[in-house]
Design a protein. Structure first.
Length: 379
């Protein structure tokens, strides 16, 4: 017979709260039910101390332990080499669009950086980096309407370039890099916001990887940064302390009051990932979900996938319907069925199903079932 605590743990793993929809939002996104229930359970009394995690000091031993465990879990889950440090920083990925050039563009006297444009957010990163040096777009998928990842000729990138920046998964268009550029001594920087901890990646291929939390790790407003230690200490003089990687590293991500709840929540998500079997198991689940949806789309004559098969994302699945009228009806009926936030990005249109780590297989099954019935009636 199970103990009361074991029964409670089982309930946290299996019960789906009444009234919960399947949220296909691109971010802030659906988070694991198990984690949400765990956070709810200890919200008013964290760790038996009689106060909420929202109320305790960021300098307290209880919260310092949260930060330390969060960093240790991330290192473990991605097999991060010892010569990298992990930072929690304010502002999400958009803040990193400025922080990256502020910290790295001074690695070479030319203050030059190379970027690959693969969609909306890589384009924004290019614009945000412009004030800090010479920013060159060395490859772009724009001519293909960002439906595929462009080829990058690394040999043609000038030798005085400080780094090459890519966006590993493209939320708006639904593409991803399946093979990362071989850059040799040129530092490779990756914005992994929409796929962090969703698939196994060799972090040693990158000089720096950053991601907002709000798609796969927790609430919006915080970024996690993994950066090679030898790249610290090269920030431009104008870099504010809270954006200076060396300063944040020295302060152990506690230079000032961080978003304490966000870091705590990220820890709970990483504990959940570890309990399932780590990133390899998460990747298996994500592949299963994406295959179910793409297989249906590929056999359908009614729905039209929007990106090249070889470059499809497992996180953001994009497709369209035959007419604007059909699309409008599809989105309205899906909402009534508890399938939320399926409208495509405004510059792309159509449908976008974001199926991040927190989306269970049952959610994708429900979506495919709805799509089949909608096609039967409208096709």
């Amino acid at each position: 017979m199970s103990t009361p605590n074991e029964a409670k743990e089982s309930a946290l793993k299996t019960a789906r709260p009444a009234g919960r929809i399947f949220n296909f939002s691109p971010g802030p996104a659906m988070l694991p039910d198990e984690v949400m229930l765990r956070v709810q359970q200890e919200f008013l009394n964290y760790g038996g101390i009689g106060a909420s995690i929202l109320e305790i000091s960021h300098r307290s031993k209880d919260f310092v332990a949260v930060v330390e465990e969060s960093i240790a879990l991330f290192r473990e889950l991605v097999s991060l080499p010892e010569n990298y440090t992990v930072l929690f920083m304010h502002g999400g990925a958009r803040m990193q669009f400025a922080a990256v050039p502020m910290n790295l563009i001074g690695l070479k006297p030319a203050r030059r950086a190379a970027y690959v444009e693969t969609g909306v957010f890589s384009g924004t990163a290019i614009k945000d980096a412009a004030p800090y040096g010479v920013i060159e777009t060395v490859a772009s998928g724009q001519k293909d309407n960002f439906t595929r990842i462009p080829e990058v000729d690394v040999e043609r990138i000038p030798k005085d370039t400080s780094y090459l920046h890519i966006t590993t998964n493209n939320t708006a268009y639904g593409t991803r890099w399946n093979k990362f550029p071989e850059t040799g001594d040129l530092p490779l920087v990756g914005d992994a916001t929409s796929e962090i901890l969703s698939r196994v990646m060799d972090y040693s291929r990158f000089a720096l990887v950053y991601a907002s939390l709000q798609k796969n790790l927790g609430p919006a407003g915080t970024a996690i940064v993994a950066v090679r230690k030898d790249l610290l200490g090269h920030a431009l003089p104008l870099t504010p302390p809270l954006l200076n990687y060396a300063t944040v590293d020295k302060g152990q991500s506690l230079v000032n009051t961080p978003s304490t709840f966000n870091i705590y929540f990220a820890r709970e998500v990483m504990r959940w990932i570890k309990s399932l079997g780590g990133v390899p198991e998460i990747e298996r689940r994500n592949n299963e979900k994406a295959k179910l949806l793409y297989d249906f789309l590929d056999q359908s004559s009614f729905y039209k996938p929007l990106v090249d098969k070889a470059h499809r994302s497992t996180m953001n699945v994009t497709f369209d319907l035959p007419t604007p009228e059909a699309l409008e009806e599809f989105l309205k009926q899906a909402g009534r069925e508890g399938l939320y936030a399926l409208k495509g990005y405004r510059a792309v249109g159509g449908v976008r199903a974001s199926i991040y780590n927190g989306m269970p297989l049952e959610g994708v099954q429900a979506l495919v079932s709805f799509m089949k019935e909608f096609e039967r009636r409208r096709g």
